[in-house]
Design a protein around this ligand. Structure first.
Ligand code: URA
Length: 240
């Protein structure tokens, strides 16, 4: 990792503003490799240098990654003039990192949303060329059929220039409940696909994004950091 200024290191690892970090450093609360360091612009190696603040060892991450279990009634954007946004569900520390959602769920769709401040990764994962898998659980007003499974596999006309890409529809024993895996993300895509098949989606929840599964222990509205393995699995895509 490239070298990092001491003030950036402190502000990022403690989720403080740059001026709060300056104050801590200038007051002599921060040590670099065992010695008080008051130079806010001191360059350091984030992987090998040891930084402590009031005796507590700090670790630096350039980027931050979270999963949110989105509840009903929140829009997936950073601001909205009329609706509540998922940003209202984040605590101050997470907001401080300026994270944003990787893609959008509808206001009434629940489940897995990835948030990050790594713009390059978000851009990469959302690129239409990437076809990242997204799996949803859905319920419809009317039972789904084998013919619907076939049509989802062949592509459905939802009024766009092209048919939808092949999607895997897995109907459960209760034929109004199913799982669907998409490789693209058009506006209201699942609702429009099911509408074209003569059904109305009455419940929709994203349960997987790429290889990341919605944590069953995460309550609606709760957020947790991605584990190193989950983060690694997302970043691996970029190296392919
Ligand atoms: N498809 C939809 O119709 N809505 C979503 O929120 C996601 C996929």
């Amino acid at each position: 990792m490239a070298s990092v200024r001491l003030d950036k290191f402190v502000s990022s690892s403690l989720a403080k503003t740059r001026s709060e970090a300056h104050l801590l450093i200038k007051k002599g609360r921060v040590e670099l490799n065992g010695k008080v360091e008051k130079d806010i612009g001191k360059k350091l190696d984030p992987e090998n240098d040891v930084v402590t603040c009031e005796g507590i060892s700090l670790t630096f991450s350039k980027y931050h990654y979270y999963m949110l279990n989105k509840p009903d009634g929140y829009v997936c954007s950073t601001e909205d003039i009329k609706d509540r946004t998922i940003m209202e569900l984040l605590d101050e520390k997470v907001r401080h990192y300026n994270v944003f959602p990787v893609g959008r769920l509808d206001k009434d769709t629940l489940g897995l949303v990835i948030l990050t401040d790594n713009g390059a990764l978000a851009h990469f994962l959302l690129s239409p060329k990437r076809h990242v898998d997204k799996k949803y659980y859905l319920e419809t007003d009317l039972p789904m059929t084998e013919e619907d499974v076939k049509k989802a596999e062949e592509g459905i006309d939802i009024g766009e220039k092209h048919l939808t890409l092949p999607a895997k529809l897995e109907i459960t024993s209760d034929r109004t409940k199913a799982y669907i895996t998409l490789h693209e993300g058009k506006f209201h895509q699942i609702k429009r696909m099911l509408q074209a098949l003569g059904k109305t989606v009455i419940y929709l929840e994203r349960i997987e994004f790429d290889k990341i599964k919605l944590d069953p222990d995460l309550k609606r509205g709760e957020l947790r950091e991605l584990t190193p393995e989950e983060t690694e699995s997302l970043l691996k895509n970029m190296a392919l």
